[in-house]
Design a protein around this ligand. Structure first.
Ligand code: NAD
Length: 251
């Protein structure tokens, strides 16, 4: 397990779910991992080089964090929130919160880390890699009750491609991962909430499963394995890509 040996990696929202799986896998593959989350109590892995609170909606905090850490090879932007509902359920505050946490957060971290990432790529001769967590519910698929969520995740695909285009010649790669349904603490909460409306958790879970061509949802590690690939030199020619991992959901 040394696919990321010598790499320095930053992972946001590393406290649970997909972000935790990515940070854990990066460490397993030999990366020096800087893990952060809104909730420091969740950052338990002693293999991390550094674990601390970072609110990705706080520009001052993000800038200070990047200034302290300096040059990294990999930036994995994972923080995101699922707003449930249609356009009619989405207030202006809901819209602003979702775009701030899901999209502007990535603008912040990328602006803060990118200059030193470019310098390091030039020095090491390896490409630098930004991995942005999008979703199948984006420009790829319209999903019910994912109005502003889908809009934010489509925006992430747009910003990913723009960055890939601007910095390809300077050895910086930027890719998006578009998962289908993944078992995570927040997914469990969403299913419990849905279960309260429709006769219990099992009924809600069955509804989710019926939409899954493979008859199951993904485990966070299956998404993290793609992040390892995109972070590694194996993906040296991959940029601007939207990597769909959804068991056939968006087919
Ligand atoms: P989750 O929703 O269970 O956990 C999210 C984590 O983000 C928590 O640890 C939370 O503390 C942290 N967080 C919240 N606000 C933050 C902030 N301001 N700053 C820093 N951290 C913050 O995890 P998940 O379901 O694995 O989702 C992770 C990402 O993957 C999200 O961007 C989500 O949209 C995306 N995604 C998830 C699924 C899925 O089915 N679970 C599918 C597609 C995409």
């Amino acid at each position: 397990p040394s696919r990321l040996e010598g790499k320095i990696a930053v992972v946001t929202a590393a406290g649970q779910g997909i972000g935790k799986a990515i940070a854990d896998r990066f460490a397993e593959e030999g990366a020096r991992v800087f893990a952060s989350d809104l909730d420091a109590a969740k950052l338990a892995n002693p293999a991390f080089a550094d674990a601390r609170v970072l609110d990705v909606t706080d520009t001052v905090a993000v800038d200070a964090y990047a200034a302290e850490i300096g040059a990294v090879d990999v930036l994995a932007n994972v923080a995101g929130f699922v707003h449930h509902g249609t356009v009619l359920d989405c207030t202006e505050d809901d819209w602003d919160f979702s775009f701030d946490l899901n999209v502007k957060s990535m603008h912040r971290t990328i602006r803060a880390f990118l200059p030193a990432m470019l310098d390091r790529a030039e020095q090491t001769g390896s490409t630098a890699s930004i991995v942005n967590m999008s979703s199948g519910a984006s420009s790829i698929k319209g999903a019910p009750n994912r109005y502003v969520y889908g809009a934010t995740k489509a925006a992430i695909i747009g910003m990913t491609k723009a960055i890939a285009a601007d910095f390809a010649a300077r050895q910086l790669r930027c890719n998006a991962i578009c998962p289908g349904t993944v078992d995570s603490p927040s997914l469990q909460e969403r299913m419990k909430a849905l279960g309260e409306q429709m006769g219990g958790y099992d009924a809600a879970f069955d509804l989710f499963l019926q939409r899954q061509p493979m008859g199951r949802i993904a485990q966070p590690r299956e998404i993290a394995d793609m992040a390892v690939y995109l972070a590694s030199d194996e993906a040296g020619f991959v940029t601007g890509a939207t990597m769909v991992i959804d068991g056939g959901w968006t087919l």
